[in-house]
Ligand binder design. Structure first.
Ligand code: GLN
Length: 365
């Protein structure tokens, strides 16, 4: 519902299941889009990524998912969650398809005031040039506590593959990454509380059937129409924006945002691409985290800094865990480095053979 959550369990309609194991979540919120591709029911789909909702489901479902630079793809027509973080991007089975879909969806749109005007770019042009001499950064902050051992091992193998391909692996480090998740949940909830104010039962959308007066119509419509997670965010966001707490929460979070951006700038001063896990674990069980919102929020720890900084990121498969569930690797780069990211992703995909993975419970079985 309204693109919130990391599992599709907040959906206003139905939960989506993971085609690698039906008792596991597909990730989220764009888990449905990831599954449509993973289960071979579509060549590509689009998702919206506010804090990881393309990359994390791509990782959980063994497909490629990319969040482009903020402003590269028009948000016109997208239902807004947190407008300064939201970005649309593709899910595909391989990296070349990702480049092709990106070619089609990138471009200036006068109807989105944040849309970039860069002219035509062909993301397939330099795709197969290899990674010789490319500086790939690895930061210990992305390999901390809570990282599933098999995810760590797969990432280490990926680093070894990049070395064989001629890339240079460099150590980089962040100063303030620990604050990214808290800042994200402040900023995204604040923006959501403002964006969702329009669902008042008057202009469009759901309206409560019985009410006594206008205020009662607002109250009943919003109480009945929104799910628990959406209400939680609206309350948190409204609180953070209220006059007495604005400086302590919203303003502070915006200051953290500036610092995190500066952290990324400094890191990309020392490398072309940053290699990280997409999520700390592989897909978790349906129902496993629903009773603890904080634990659910923690699954976004490696994806949200990217939206805070507005930079691009792609998640590609890099192995399977001991239960046969896909592991995702994330490649990040500075603003508008999509070509470099796709080039690095393609080189790994070719060398590892981890492409076009077949989900055991996809439609072809
Ligand atoms: N899981 C994150 C959240 O709930 C990200 C969602 C998204 O990217 N749409 O906010």
């Amino acid at each position: 519902e309204f693109a919130m959550g990391s599992s599709t369990e907040n959906s206003a309609y139905k939960k989506t299941r993971n085609p690698w194991n039906l008792n596991k979540v597909p990730g989220g919120s764009s888990g449905g889009s990831a599954v449509a591709v993973a289960a071979d029911t579509a060549f590509y789909t689009l998702g919206s990524d506010t804090g990881g909702s393309i990359r994390q489901p791509a990782a959980f479902c063994g497909v490629v998912g990319m969040k482009p630079t903020y402003g590269l793809v028009s948000r016109y027509g997208l239902v807004a969650f947190a407008s300064s973080l939201d970005q649309i991007g593709p899910f595909t089975k391989d990296v070349e398809d990702c480049a092709l879909v990106l070619n089609a969806i990138v471009g200036h749109d006068a109807k989105d005031s944040t849309s970039l005007n860069l002219g035509k770019i062909d993301y397939t042009q330099n795709l197969k040039q290899g990674v010789k001499g490319l500086k790939i950064g690895v930061a210990k902050e992305f390999f901390g506590e809570g990282l599933q051992p098999e995810v760590r091992k797969s990432l280490e193998e990926a680093i070894a593959i990049y070395k064989t391909l001629g890339a240079e692996i460099v150590d980089v480090s962040f100063q303030h990454l620990d604050y990214a998740l808290s800042a994200y949940y402040m900023i995204s909830s604040a923006e959501a509380s403002s964006n969702l104010a329009r669902y008042d039962g008057i202009r469009y959308g759901f309206r409560a059937e019985e009410y006594s007066d206008l205020v009662d119509l607002y109250k009943k419509t919003r109480s009945q129409g929104f799910g628990d997670e959406v209400k939680r965010r609206i309350m948190l966001g409204t609180y953070a924006l209220s006059s007495g707490y604005y400086d302590a929460y919203y303003k502070k979070a915006m200051q953290v945002r500036t610092i995190i951006k500066a952290d990324f700038d400094q890191v990309f001063g020392g490398c072309d691409v940053l290699l990280t896990p997409t999520a700390p674990t592989t897909a978790f069980g349906i129902g496993e985290k629903t009773s603890n919102p904080l634990e659910m929020y923690l699954t976004d720890i490696y994806t949200v800094p990217v939206n805070i900084a507005g930079i691009p990121g792609v998640s590609i498969p890099c192995g399977l865990d001991n239960n046969g569930m896909p592991i995702g690797m994330q490649l990040l780069g500075p603003i508008l480095s999509e070509e470099t990211l796709l080039k690095a992703a393609w080189a790994f995909e070719q060398e590892s053979g981890l492409t076009n993975l077949k989900a055991p419970l996809g439609t072809e079985v």
